[in-house]
Ligand binder design. Structure first.
Ligand code: SF4
Length: 371
């Protein structure tokens, strides 16, 4: 199979072509892999791809640089190793992002297990379910349309993204309540809007679905010790297989959990210093930069070298985007540099799609501006 179509999320069964080859996304169950599975993934990334592995904003992993010729073998191996479901429809149904610090048997774990067995109707490709039911609400900025959360008293609620409040539900009723909310979305032509937030701008959610506020959101943790283990920051959310293998081996981690914040959570691990990962906060971890040229065919500029040079030197958050699509960050940043025709436009307090305050800057002119 060769998948060249854009405009949807890549998966293992529907890889997407990028500048450096096909992207093959591996959707993780409960955001977790054991050490052997990580080694397998690294080996497959090196054998069938270019060795680069992305961490996605929904806590999945993505093998880059796969060719049409190697893709069928890669898919077979991923299925054989149990990392991908052989059934494309079941694989497409893996839409859940979990709070990554769940513990065995806790509410998040139980809900994720219950939803794994749920057969979802056909939904727009980018729609997702978020389970954010740990002791703190951590995933409020993570994309997801149907959100299982808790209120201030710790009671479970189901909230439609875009609504301030949700509906109290019992744990046993969670799959049925989710099915009801999905049914409402589809029955009210939500599929035309494509996402719940857009749909709610045009269509009123019934009042019974918005009676209970979620608990306050907490700050996401920084790299370092957290939740009884260690968090490692990954610049730009991209690593290579050799570095990831070294991190797992050196730290002697039993399991890897992938977070939606470009950080990896290592269980039963020693704190180690491995090139390519940050075990303490670093300005580079706050910088958003897509792969740029040559990895993405839409880009006319290199993004990440410039982002490295500017990390910590700009006012507020920095976003370097290869074009005005802004894949690396959907929300506004204080400083955004947008590639266009081999040069950069500067947007202040906006997104790559907003009107620039300066246009056509060379890389040297950008560096002069901030360094
Ligand atoms: S923002 Fe543009 S250049 Fe960057 S990855 Fe997305 S499409 Fe490619």
């Amino acid at each position: 199979m060769s998948a060249q179509v854009k405009g949807w999320c890549p998966s293992a069964h529907r890889p997407m072509m990028s500048g450096d080859g096909l992207l093959v996304r591996v959707k993780l169950q409960k955001a977790r892999l054991d050490a052997d599975e990580v080694q397998t993934l690294c080996e497959l990334a090196e054998t069938f791809g270019n060795g680069m592995i992305d961490i996605t904003s929904r806590a999945n992993l993505q093998i880059r640089g796969v060719s049409d010729g190697t893709y069928p073998n890669l898919l077979d191996r991923l299925i054989a190793k149990g990392l991908v479901d052989a059934d494309p429809e079941k694989e497409a149904g893996r839409r859940v992002t979990v709070q990554p610090f769940w513990r065995a048997g806790d509410l998040t774990d139980r809900l994720a297990t219950a939803l794994e067995h749920m057969v979802l109707p056909d939904l727009p490709d980018k729609m997702g379910i978020v389970i954010d039911t740990g002791p703190e609400r951590l995933l409020s900025t993570v994309s997801g349309d149907f959100r299982l959360e808790t209120d201030a008293a710790g009671n479970l609620i189901l909230r439609a993204a875009g609504a301030l409040a949700g509906r109290p539900i019992s744990e046993n009723d969670a799959p049925e309540a989710l099915a009801d909310l999905i049914a409402w979305f589809l029955a009210t032509s939500g599929a035309h809007a494509g996402r719940m937030v857009r749909h709610l701008r045009q269509t009123a959610l019934p009042p019974e679905w918005q009676t209970r506020l979620p608990r306050h959101e907490a700050d996401r943790p920084d790299p370092g010790p957290a939740y009884g283990a260690h968090l490692y920051g990954v610049p730009f959310g991209q690593t290579d297989a050799a570095a990831l293998r070294a991190l797992m081996t050196t730290s002697k981690a039993s399991h890897l959990r992938v977070t939606p914040w470009r950080m990896l959570f290592l269980e039963d691990a020693r704190l180690v210093d491995v090139p390519g990962f940050f075990s303490t906060p670093n300005p580079l971890l706050g910088v958003a930069a897509c792969p740029g040229a040559p990895a993405c065919a839409q880009a006319t500029v290199d993004t990440r070298d410039l982002a490295r040079s500017l990390a910590g030197r700009t006012r507020g958050r920095l976003h370097v985007s290869g074009c005005d699509k802004g894949c690396a960050l959907r929300t506004p940043a204080a400083t955004t540099l947008v590639g266009r025709d081999g040069r950069f436009d500067l947007v202040q307090d906006g997104t790559p799609a907003d009107t620039p305050t300066k246009r056509g800057l060379t890389q040297a002119e950008v560096l002069e501006l901030f360094c």
